[in-house]
Ligand binder design. Structure first.
Ligand SMILES: Nc1ncnc2c1ncn2[C@@H]1O[C@H](COP(=O)(O)O)[C@@H](OP(=O)(O)O)[C@H]1O
Ligand SMILES: [Mg+2]
Length: 353
């Protein structure tokens, strides 16, 4: 019997590779040349839209009936005022879709030489990401540039795709163009793809699709643990992480990094636990920010829960619902981190009364 989700995995990897190459070229062509101190986010916007167009086009050709939950929508680009940006996006998306890459590509997926799309097709592809999500059936998630702040700083960001069926993540692919292939060997360069299929394990590849390496979270204790956490204090309550570290006797400083590259580093053993607690502004976590990471960690032998110890619920719509935070870690430390998180939460509650 053939393995489940083989085509889905191949399509998701092909889509993430092309979109990752596109984002790296947007950075080199646009971000480096534009004055970001003015707060001009247009390069990232162009990159986001074009990368979502590429992934969504590929998914539509391969799986025409599957709905998509994507971060972006094209309404601004359809207005006359969005024309210049739209033209840039269509050009970038077509460049990425038609590039000759070989390695697992397939003309039935709408990619390769001669596969240019019209403006309307590119805009429609972006808008296919408007699905509202839900607890039954298949759906894909796309986060074309996760960690936009990291992308603009030239640091970590990730191109993320997942397949969810009946609220369970089945396939997850995370492309990290700026992540070292092997931190112990910087001369090998950067550009990593993490992938996982339910029941079939997790692997790392290079962005060019080479050197598939199985991933298993290595053993860890509080003595060797460092928290992986956001760079942005607005995304995660970093002072809370400090208290949890204190309760666990953790002495290593946290590793701060943008995007779902944190999940990738966790499964490679660079850290030990990813802790993301809400900052209290009522923000709801988006499913595309955690679905690929969740399956990656679980398939590498780890556990992902919220601060109640409950699994993340991908069946509630575009968000994970009420925000109880995210704790991802190897089996040997997850319960310790969860216990310390609950203790720190109880302290906060006592301090309030
Ligand atoms: N107040 C908030 N709390 C938690 N996450 C938030 C947030 N505001 C934005 N985010 C999410 O945090 C993601 C980045 O996470 P990280 O800090 O781990 O890099 C953003 O993804 P995008 O960059 O794709 O928009 C965005 O979805
Ligand atoms: Mg994101």
């Amino acid at each position: 019997m053939s393995k489940a989700y083989t085509t889905e995995e191949q399509v998701a990897v092909a889509a993430v590779r092309r979109a990752s190459r596109l984002t790296a070229s947007v950075f080199n062509k646009l971000v480096k040349n534009e004055t970001l101190t003015k707060g001009d986010k247009s390069p990232v916007t162009v990159g986001d839209f074009a990368a979502q167009a590429v992934i969504s086009t590929i998914l539509k050709h391969a799986f025409p009936d599957d709905p998509i939950v994507g971060e972006e929508d094209a309404s601004d680009l359809r207005a006359e005022s969005g024309k210049e940006m739209k033209d840039r996006i269509v050009a970038l998306a077509n460049e990425a879709l038609t590039e000759e890459l070989g390695l697992g590509d397939n003309e039935n997926w709408g990619i390769g030489p001669g596969q240019e799309k019209t403006d309307a097709e590119i805009l429609d592809a972006i808008d296919r990401g408007n699905y509202e999500g839900g607890s039954s059936g298949r759906m894909w998630t796309i986060d074309p540039i996760d960690g936009t702040k990291g992308f603009l700083r030239g640091e970590q960001y990730a191109v993320c795709v997942s397949l969810i069926a009946d609220a369970q993540v089945k396939v997850g692919v995370i492309g990290c163009p700026n992540l070292p292939i092997d931190p112990a060997h910087p001369e090998q360069g950067t550009g990593v793809i993490f992938k996982a299929v339910r029941g079939q394990g997790a692997q790392q590849l290079t962005l060019s699709g080479a050197n598939p390496t199985p991933l298993q979270i290595p053993p860890c204790t509080p003595a060797t643990l460092a928290f992986l956490e956001s760079v942005e204090a607005a995304h995660s309550k970093l002072s809370f992480n400090e208290r949890v570290a204190e309760l666990l006797g953790i002495t290593r400083p946290p590793v701060r990094m943008d995007s779902q590259a944190k999940y990738g580093c966790l499964v490679r053993g660079e850290g030990g636990a990813y802790l993301r607690m809400p900052t209290g502004v009522g923000y709801r976590e988006k499913i595309w920010d955690h679905a690929p990471g969740q399956i990656l960690v679980e398939e590498a032998g780890g556990i992902v829960t919220d601060s109640r110890g409950e699994p993340l619920n991908f069946g509630l719509g575009r968000t994970l619902g009420e925000n109880y935070g995210v704790i991802a870690a190897g089996k040997d430390v997850h319960h310790l981190v969860l216990g310390a998180v609950q203790k720190a939460l109880a302290e906060e509650t006592r301090a309030k009364v």
